[in-house]
Design a protein around this ligand. Structure first.
Ligand SMILES: Nc1nc2c(ncn2[C@@H]2O[C@H](COP(=O)(O)OP(=O)(O)OP(=O)(O)O)[C@@H](O)[C@H]2O)c(=O)[nH]1
Ligand SMILES: [Mg+2]
Length: 571
């Protein structure tokens, strides 16, 4: 080649985004030609920002290293042979001392010491929930996030069913994505081969350029390879075996992740873990608050269930969602975004296959309204469809007995069943696929992290106030409904019979006669209440009985007056 050698250790901006997701060429043709003529040993692809594509060219004494970097990653300035490995790259990034925020953004630096799950909604001693504003502010008002769209992926459901465990795989995926390719050496080799294969010797510079850019773009969109194998132990959000509840309140991961949606726009992804419902120390109200609050904030709520989607799951879902709906201002739009039923330990694979296809069929069948359905069952189904814009279902295989039973299990992949790993991988990848990433919207408008911060504050205040009705257990609600129904029946009996003896069109009746007949009717009505079969026993009926007696007392005063008014002046 006649051209001069490419400059050593220089950062050359080869392309720049025009803001509309198109890359504009900046690269001098001479450089492209030189780079492509090298016997390329290694290429490293870094993903930090798509706004600027930078090519770093470094010629070493023992061979050439070409680093194509997306973003501003700078290689060392000495000419020593550098063994490029993950550690090395991350150290170099630090050595070049980017700004403080960039250090956090790069994520390569002591991530595990710096970030952790943060409890942002926590119960106080009187069982009210408070918001951890400083931590929330740190995350959502961080300058990398504040004006960007946001997607909150939350998981909720009964306690001890592997919610936090699975969320840690979401975290693993996102960390792997952030750190670039996990097994980047393999990826780099593949990249080099692809470039070699795709660029014919006769291609002109423009072709080179376009091909390289298209390959880089396709790499940027790929899920990080082997992300699932990145770490040995399952860690991040606290999880454990045993029967005692673990997660308390609402947790989020203290570090934002940045993905691209299908319009090519940046979207901040936040993971949310929630306290399991129905443990033995949480009131119905608190269960309802946790579920409602997380559903109101999430763009995707994963409803974690075990074995199947049972009618009681649907009832609780309806109940808690209704509580959330009450807390929102009335609007015609569906109040919540996406709901994904995640059925763990699915064991009817012969009927419905694992994954989304089987899940969708199961969900369709479960939510189908049959004309033979009792009205309460069909109204439950209609309500659920009206709460959520989108509903999906994923059927997950059992992870194997070591995962579910062994107290020593720390999360090693080779101790999990193969089917489980396969479907775990596909579930997580599906969730973060750019076509499935859902930004948080309220009334149809995208929220930024700044908006979301305001909504957090607003929503928690609603649940701290007195406006919402007190959520009750199904038993409490049923007992109260039984007692009210029996009381209404008793009042109707009383009203009918009293009207017969001294309604407006009836003649005057002597006072002692009226009192005697009234007492008979009152006793009959009270007996009807006492004899009605109702749930809850005396605890519920005593108050209602008192209310009934007051009702009869007041009515009697009214009828005494009406009766007196009918009396002729000479009587
Ligand atoms: N049977 C079964 N067990 C699982 C599965 N995934 C994880 N586990 C186990 O379930 C247990 C509880 O896991 P966690 O993630 O702490 O459960 P959780 O739902 O977050 O529990 P709480 O925080 O108490 O609500 C652990 O022993 C896990 O190993 C699964 O798919 N099926
Ligand atoms: Mg948990």
């Amino acid at each position: 080649m006649s051209q001069a050698k490419p400059p050593c250790n220089e950062t050359i901006q080869i392309a720049q985004s025009d803001g509309d997701n198109n890359y504009l060429s900046n690269m001098p043709n001479a450089i492209i030609s030189e780079v492509l003529s090298m016997s390329v040993e290694r290429i490293a692809v870094f993903v930090t920002s798509a706004a600027v594509i930078t090519m770093i060219v470094k010629v070493l004494s023992v061979g050439e290293i070409v680093a194509i970097s997306v973003g501003a990653v700078i290689l060392p300035r000495n000419n020593d042979n550098v063994d490029i490995d993950e550690q090395n790259i991350s150290n170099k990034t630090v050595e070049n001392k980017p700004e403080k925020d960039d250090i956090a953004a790069s994520g390569n630096i002591k991530r595990n010491q710096m970030t952790k799950a943060i409890r942002i909604v926590e119960p106080d001693k009187s069982n009210n929930y408070t918001l951890n504003l400083p931590e929330l502010e740190k995350l959502l008002l961080d300058k990398r996030c504040v004006g960007k769209k946001v997607s909150i992926i939350s998981i909720a459901g009964a306690y001890r069913k592997g919610k936090s465990f699975i969320l840690n795989f979401f975290l693993r995926y996102l960390n792997a994505h952030k750190d670039g390719q996990v097994s980047w050496k393999k990826e780099v080799t593949k990249y080099v081969n692809e470039v070699k294969m795709m660029i014919p010797p006769t291609a002109n510079y423009k072709d080179y350029h376009e091909i390289i850019l298209s390959i880089i773009s396709s790499y940027l969109e790929k899920p990080p390879k082997d992300w699932i194998k990145a770490v040995e132990k399952v860690e991040g959000f606290s999880w454990r075996g045993g029967y005692e509840r673990d997660t308390i309140g609402i947790m989020i991961w203290g570090e934002p992740f940045f993905l691209r949606d299908n319009n090519g726009e940046d979207i901040v992804v936040i993971l949310m873990d929630t306290q399991g419902a129905f443990d033995n120390s949480t009131t119905v109200k608190n269960n309802a608050i946790i579920f409602a609050l997380s559903t109101m904030l999430a763009s995707v709520q994963i409803f974690n269930t075990s074995g199947n989607i049972q009618e009681d799951d649907l009832q609780h879902l309806e109940y808690f969602s209704e509580y959330g709906r009450l807390a929102l201002t009335e609007s015609d739009a569906k109040p919540f975004q996406a709901l994904t039923f995640l059925v763990r330990d699915w064991n009817c694979k012969h009927q419905y296959e694992y994954g989304f296809d089987g899940g969708q069929s199961l969900l369709g069948k479960t939510l189908d309204i049959d004309q033979n359905h009792h009205s309460s069952l069909s109204s439950l189904r209609k309500n659920l469809k009206n709460y959520f814009e989108k509903m999906k279902c994923f059927l997950m295989p059992h992870p194997g007995l070591i995962v579910s039973h062994d107290p020593e299990f720390t999360g090693k992949l080779d101790e999990m069943e193969k089917d489980f790993k396969i479907h775990l991988e596909s579930f997580v990848e599906h969730t973060f696929d750019k076509n499935n990433l859902i930004s948080k919207k309220i009334n149809g408008s995208d929220l930024t992290c700044r908006d979301l911060f305001e909504y957090f504050k607003k929503y928690i205040t609603i649940f701290q106030g007195e406006e919402l009705p007190e959520p009750k257990s199904i038993f409490q609600a049923t007992a109260e409904a039984n007692n009210s129904a029996a009381a209404s029946k008793a009042k109707a009996l009383y009203d009918n019979e009293v009207e017969i003896i001294c309604g407006a069109d009836k003649p005057f009746m002597k006072n002692d006669e009226f009192e005697k007949r009234h007492e008979e009717i009152k006793c009959k009505a009270l007996e009807s209440f006492k004899n009605a079969k109702k749930m809850g026993g005396l605890e519920y009926s005593v108050k209602i009985l008192e209310g009934l007696e007051n009702y009869f007392e007041n009515k009697m005063k009214f009828y005494v007056n009406t009766n007196a008014s009918k009396k002729a002046p000479f009587n």
